[in-house]
Design a binder for this molecule. Structure first.
Ligand code: PPE
Length: 307
């Protein structure tokens, strides 16, 4: 991934050149992580560039802000228009969009009172998240020694900047040990999620995933995959998942905006299932790709045209 092709950024209501999109070192969010953000993909569809489930992402942005008493000074419709403008002005057909709202510079103490809410949206071209290899052969993941924070500590359903410190520790440990990604357990030792992905297990032709009782962020991709599975007639169960269950799974895969649907090849030293991607993962991934490319018109309502 690289920012090289990104020329314009939306900052507090106006488009500015990339190099002008700067904030002061005294910004509250830099010190305490007091921001909320989204990660959204724009796809080059058969009908031109379109942003995948833009409304759902922006709704989650507002929901995340609410937890931190942050009043975003724009409406959802304004941010929707701004996201589309960023794609247009950069001339991208496909890209990854990053809206962020954070407490800016005024005074530094833990309570962000009086700090202005700054808003920005930028975009860049971002290919396969876990590398092209992860995309074709599956990701190699390990169980993290770091547990995912419990909802009594931080709202796991909020996508807030500082909350990612937990994920950073986990993925640094995983990469240091030669893996692609970390799997975090929840406080009780059941599966939570990846550092930036939700997890699905496939067993006996059905799929299983967990929910907010297991400290996850409610992924927009997770929701899309659940709907696709139901449309395919694949049974879906939502409940706790254990490590033993993952180890004995027929298949497993991650979902997320960045990873899309990525099969998991290996957990610690053990291979998962037989083929990667397994047949159910492949079937779901194929429909997901048909949906995001606009070829499967059943999911046309998930695509917000840029123009
Ligand atoms: N859990 C976490 C912790 C998470 O960060 C993501 C997205 C998901 C689940 C899946 O959510 P969704 O994208 O709505 O399906 N992670 C984003 C950040 C990746 C990054 O490196 O930054 C993403 O996939 O865009």
């Amino acid at each position: 991934m690289s920012f090289e092709q990104s020329k314009f950024v939306w900052v507090n209501g106006a488009i500015v050149p990339w190099e002008k999109a700067t904030f002061h070192v005294s910004a509250h969010a830099l010190h305490y992580g007091s921001g909320v953000f989204e990660g959204i993909r724009c796809y080059d569809t058969v009908n031109g560039p379109a942003i995948f489930r833009l409304r759902e992402h922006l709704e989650r942005l507002f929901a995340s802000a609410k937890f931190y008493e942050m009043k975003i000074p724009y409406t959802l419709e304004q941010l929707d228009a701004a996201c589309r403008e960023v794609v247009r002005r950069n001339g991208f057909r496909a890209c990854y969009l990053r809206p962020i709202c954070f407490y800016g510079s005024s005074a530094l103490s833990v309570h962000p009172r009086n700090c202005p809410v700054e808003s920005a949206i930028f975009a860049w071209q971002w290919g396969a998240y876990l590398g092209a290899k992860g995309d074709e052969h599956g990701a190699r993941i390990c169980v993290s020694p770091w547990r995912k924070f419990h909802p009594s500590m931080m709202p796991t359903t909020a996508k807030a900047c500082g909350q990612y410190i937990n994920s950073i520790l986990a993925v640094q440990d995983a990469v240091r040990r030669g893996f692609d990604e970390a799997l975090l357990l929840d406080r009780d030792g059941e599966i939570a999620e990846g550092s930036g992905e939700n997890l699905f297990v496939v067993k006996n032709g059905g799929i299983v995933t967990n929910d907010e009782r297991h400290s996850i962020l409610f992924g927009v991709t997770r929701d899309a995959v659940i709907q696709i599975a139901r449309d395919l007639g694949v049974p879906v169960e939502t409940r706790a998942m254990t490590l033993e269950e993952l180890e004995g799974a027929d298949e497993a895969f991650f979902t997320g905006t960045a990873v899309e649907v990525t099969p998991i090849e290996q957990l610690d030293e053990k291979k998962i299932g037989r083929a990667v991607p397994g047949p159910i993962t492949k079937k779901i991934r194929d429909v997901f790709r048909a949906a995001t490319s606009g070829r499967d018109t059943r999911y046309a309502h998930w695509l917000r045209p840029v123009d």
